[in-house]
Design a protein around this ligand. Structure first.
Ligand SMILES: N[C@@H](CCC(=O)N[C@@H](CS)C(=O)NCC(=O)O)C(=O)O
Length: 218
């Protein structure tokens, strides 16, 4: 891994239950001191809008000046703060696999699947009820196809984790979508390997801490 990132002050803007759960968990898991700033869902504060004109969480601010957006970029930054934890994988090929996962999870599962289901207005200006329903149906199909693929990919892994034999940022991101699967009333137990990963994450004290922290602040 290249140069170590060593900020002296870290702020994470997150919304309870949102995709920002992944970096929130990783910061706890990395044992890094940080300040969590709660932004209620769909109520971006003026400060958030100033930091991120895209009006989305998560946002990571390092030393009050370096503003980082987008889950994969933020998780990369956190990984560079604790290189010994190998959160981007333990070999160059594992790191390549990590980015293969992140790009697909962010672009397809999140950006098309869940966004299609929940956020019709990101696709069509002033959507009609019929537009919303069509996007919901297509988003749901995309989510289900992605969950099937996640299950198949996890089945080929040597361990419970998505890449290699230890926790990487991919596992943190996968946890977000597993939770969202429940919200869509999908029977997540049919995905046995995905459920094993979810159960393994729930054995980690910092994962449980993140869940309870976000519940208390929602
Ligand atoms: N591509 C962005 C997506 C961020 C995103 O969509 N965040 C959602 C929460 S999961 C959000 O802030 N939504 C508020 C809104 O759409 O108004 C990333 O990876 O960070």
């Amino acid at each position: 891994m290249a140069t170590l990132l060593q900020p002296t002050h870290i702020r994470l803007f997150y919304s309870p239950g949102a995709c920002s759960f992944a970096p929130h968990f990783l910061l706890f898991e990395a044992g890094i001191d940080f300040e969590a700033v709660t932004v209620q869902r769909d109520k971006p504060t003026e400060e958030l809008l100033r930091l991120n004109p895209k009006a989305r969480v998560p946002v990571l601010v390092l030393n009050g000046e370096d503003v980082i957006t987008e889950v994969p970029a933020i998780m990369t930054a956190i990984s560079y703060m604790v290189p010994d934890k190998k959160l981007l994988g333990s070999t160059p090929l594992e790191t390549v696999r990590v980015y293969e996962w992140l790009n697909w999870l962010s672009g397809t599962l999140h950006g098309q699947g869940f966004a299609g289901y929940w956020r019709a207005s990101r696709f069509i200006e002033n959507p009609t009820e019929a537009d919303v329903q069509k996007l919901k149906t297509q988003g749901y199909k995309t989510v289900q196809a992605a969950f099937k693929m996640i299950e198949e990919k996890l089945a080929t892994s040597d361990a419970v984790f998505a890449v290699g034999r230890s926790l990487t940022v991919v596992d943190a991101f996968l946890a977000v979508f597993y939770r969202w699967g429940f919200i869509l009333s999908i029977d997540m137990k049919i995905y046995e390997n995905y459920t094993k990963l979810w159960d393994a994450l729930n054995q980690r004290p910092m994962f449980v801490k993140t869940l309870s922290y976000q519940t208390q602040n929602s």
